[in-house]
Unconditional design. Structure first.
Length: 417
């Protein structure tokens, strides 16, 4: 990275102490930057696995407008050099990120191959599986009037979806779930225990790769009616996915497809506790209003808080001179609380429309491929919860410390039935 940079901004977004605050408290600092310095030079993020060099840092982009500008200019702002605010060793970058950390033409090729497995028949099958899983989860929930909503609901639905969709046998369920947690929780001292961050990440990654390669090999010899078989057989213009590419996609799907929905469910439960009138509004016409409600759930939660791009050439953004090689951090949670786009952004409003959130990314070629899954899961689980336990209560959330996922570790609930 270029060394001639301005002083680091006095409003710092880099310390773990900042990421230990609640989302609302963090937004007090982000709001200052949105108003005064929509692009600011920040010190290196704390917690990196690789030590920063003198002069390192990143440009923080905090407005909805500028997040979209960066996201839709993939030639200037590339993904192939990393997507996190921390420096991840190159040896594991692509393995843990699949096509998220690629640029065209390889990004487009792999994305098309993976997308080709989601045929209309497969999508219908997955949506039916999700609806059945949501019913079974709430069947179990109503038998236990108090507990942890993350463990009882939020954590279960996305993992069940991944397991059934991909064809993960029960013998792999526990270790896959633990490895998924480790992939996004390595910055949290409570989660990693005595392990160093890179040790937990590597251990978790290797577990997921081993599970994926085992299933992949089995499906090549004995196909089943599942997505792993579809990926093994996928072909676009004569190209097929290698086992390593399928394994990397499995890691991406298991991690991104789990934590995003999991944390959106938890944040939404807390939002319904803060804004009880909104659950009543949604229940009055659930089928007619669930579309806008789901988009508001994603905006409110913004489960992926940050992504990184790297400048491929000298450019300018919001009056700041950005040099080739500079890192650009996209702060999605800030973009989803941008007063220029959202009236009363800290109001949870299931009827909000339009809702130009960046919860699935800010557009461009890296727009989330799993939006169908996320929307189906949120429709199904909230249809079950609000209709069957409309008066449930939740307590204060216990947040995960980190700058990537807006994660809730625990959320106490009580059913009033």
């Amino acid at each position: 990275m270029s060394r001639s940079k301005p002083d680091h901004d006095p409003v710092s977004l880099s310390p773990l102490s900042f990421w230990s605050l609640t989302p609302r408290r963090r937004d007090e600092s982000l709001a200052i930057l949105r108003r005064e310095r929509p692009v600011s030079w920040q010190p290196p993020a704390e917690g990196s696995m690789m030590p920063p060099e003198e002069g390192d840092g990143f440009w923080a982009v905090v407005t909805n407008e500028h997040i979209r500008a960066v996201s839709t200019d993939p030639e200037t702002f590339v993904s192939g050099e990393g997507i996190t605010l921390e420096d991840v060793p190159p040896a594991i970058l692509e393995t843990v990120s699949s096509f998220l950390a690629m640029d065209n033409p390889r990004h487009l090729q792999l994305r098309r191959l993976c997308a080709s497995a989601f045929t209309p028949r497969r999508v219908g099958q997955i949506e039916a599986q999700i609806a059945d899983q949501a019913r079974r989860i709430v069947d179990d929930l109503v038998l236990v009037p108090e507990g942890d909503l993350v463990r009882a609901v939020s954590r279960r639905l996305p993992m069940l979806t991944i397991f059934e969709m991909m064809g993960v046998d029960e013998e792999f369920h526990d270790e896959t779930t633990s490895a998924v947690d480790g992939m996004t929780s390595w910055a949290d001292q409570e989660v990693r225990g005595e392990l160093a961050p890179e040790e937990l990440l590597m251990e978790s990654m290797l577990t997921l790769l081993r599970v994926a390669l085992t299933i992949c090999e089995a499906r090549r010899s004995e196909p089943r009616d599942d997505l792993m078989t579809s990926l093994v057989q996928a072909e676009v213009e004569g190209q097929r996915l290698t086992d390593d590419e399928i394994a990397a996609y499995f890691v991406l799907l298991a991690v991104a497809g789990n934590d995003t929905t999991r944390n959106t469910i938890s944040h939404t439960a807390r939002a319904f506790a803060e804004f009880p009138e909104q659950r009543k509004i949604l229940l009055e016409d659930f089928d007619g209003r669930v579309g806008t409600a789901v988009e508001e759930m994603v905006r409110w939660a913004t489960p992926v808080m940050t992504f990184r791009r790297t400048a491929s050439r000298d450019t300018e953004l919001a009056g700041c001179q950005i040099a080739a090689g500079d890192w650009i951090g996209l702060f999605y949670q800030s973009g989803n609380r941008d007063e220029a786009c959202f009236s009363d952004p800290w109001q949870f409003d299931v009827l909000r429309d339009p809702n130009p959130h960046v919860g699935f990314g800010g557009g461009g070629p890296h727009y989330c491929l799993g939006t169908m899954l996320a929307r189906a899961q949120l429709r199904s689980i909230w249809g079950e919860l609000l209709r069957r336990v409309p008066e449930f209560e939740v307590g204060e959330p216990d947040y995960l410390v980190g700058n990537f996922m807006s994660a809730i570790k625990r959320l106490p609930y009580r059913l009033n039935i």
